[in-house]
Design a protein around this ligand. Structure first.
Ligand code: MG
Length: 160
């Protein structure tokens, strides 16, 4: 018998690079640098995607969307999240809530957290008050040139 509830955990980091847009949680934020990576570098969507995939013991984001595959170059990371949501549905689960923490020196996330939560709510099909966005600066970590995201999700079994 499958478990009624499952948790999942995801983590990701990307390096800041000049001259590209900064996308976090599917929202483009005003900043003089963006996050490098093969896709759009959306560190938060990648952490959430891996949390969803991990909750159903699925393959991780790098296995599903390898950076070596040119079709994912500059890809919108919402594609990855939607694939993970589809996979949890096929496995017989739905997302209950998610919580996340961002670690980055700049820009300040607080003023954008509402917009990110609203956008994630639409992407994930849950209410914005079921989405936690917390942000911290990298005190003593020496990771000022990177953005780090971690996320946890709770899934419950679909009825019937
Ligand atoms: Mg990534």
């Amino acid at each position: 018998m499958k478990p009624e509830i499952r948790i999942g955990y995801g983590w990701d980091s990307h390096e800041f690079k000049p001259g590209i847009p900064l996308k976090i949680g599917g929202v483009t934020l005003p900043h003089d640098q963006g996050l490098g990576g093969h896709s759009d570098g959306d560190v938060l969507l990648h952490a959430i995607t891996d949390a969803l995939l991990g909750a159903i013991a699925g393959p991780d984001i790098g296995s599903l969307f390898p950076p070596s595959d040119p079709q994912w170059k500059n890809a919108d990371s919402a594609i990855f999240l939607k694939e993970a949501l589809q996979r949890i549905k096929i496995a017989g689960y739905e997302l209950v809530n998610l919580d996340s923490t961002l670690i980055l020196s700049a820009p300040k996330i607080g003023g954008h957290a509402g917009a990110i939560r609203k956008h994630l709510a639409e992407l994930c099909g849950i209410a914005a008050d079921c989405i936690g966005i917390k942000a911290k600066t990298p005190e003593g970590m020496g990771t000022e040139n990177a953005a780090i995201a971690s996320a946890v999700v709770l899934l419950k079994g679909l009825e019937g």
